[in-house]
Design a binder for this molecule. Structure first.
Ligand code: FES
Length: 189
């Protein structure tokens, strides 16, 4: 049984504080009934070992607007779910691999047929701080601890972080729903 849970959304590049509040509410409702449903789900059971292993997490993408980032937690780890704007998709596809610290094509960072969606772990690959969205010079994130910067698909573009934000196992169930923790219909180890 998949758990559902969402924590917060950040406004897009043109977002306002009002947008933030609206989205935080919308994401909470849409992604899940999560917080509300959890006590009932828990009482129905997965056993302790299953909970520790981390059941897959369903995320409803429908309330997420272009340019917005939603934070969710899976297996206790922060995960960014970001809907790229068309401009960001175009810009990210155009970055030469030679400009990157940890070269990775755009295609390797998204699922085929779902160019607008980035799903990545949300902790800096230097020492684990949480990068701030929509900041830095690469349309992505900047890390407040030591200045690393990541682009809109989570590729590190300025160190000291040595590697890109890792991609967790996930699969599209429909165009508006992903399941984190399963890759191609199989539960992740
Ligand atoms: S933890 Fe992000 S740059 Fe050091």
């Amino acid at each position: 049984m998949a758990d559902t849970m969402a924590t917060e959304a950040t406004a897009g590049p043109q977002g306002t504080k009002r947008d933030f509040l609206f989205l935080a509410t919308g994401a909470g409702l849409a992604v899940g009934t999560a917080a509300v449903a959890w006590p009932f789900v828990a009482s129905m059971a997965p056993d302790a070992a299953t909970i520790a292993a981390g059941a897959p997490l369903d995320v409803d993408l429908s309330p997420i607007q272009d340019g917005q980032i939603v934070n969710v937690f899976w297996r206790g780890k922060l995960i960014f779910v970001r809907k790229l704007t068309e401009k960001e998709v175009t810009d990210m596809k155009a970055v030469p691999l030679s400009d990157m610290i940890d070269p990775a094509s755009f295609e390797s960072r998204v699922k085929k047929g779902h160019d607008q969606w980035l799903v990545s772990y949300g902790n800096c690959t230097h020492l684990g701080c949480v990068p701030i969205g929509h900041s830095g010079n690469y349309e992505g994130w900047s890390c407040p601890c030591h200045g690393s910067q990541f682009d809109a698909v989570g590729r590190v573009r300025r160190g000291p972080a040595p590697t890109n934000l890792p991609i967790p196992p996930y699969a599209f169930e429909t165009d508006t729903k992903i399941k984190i923790g399963e890759e191609g219909g199989k539960a992740a180890a």
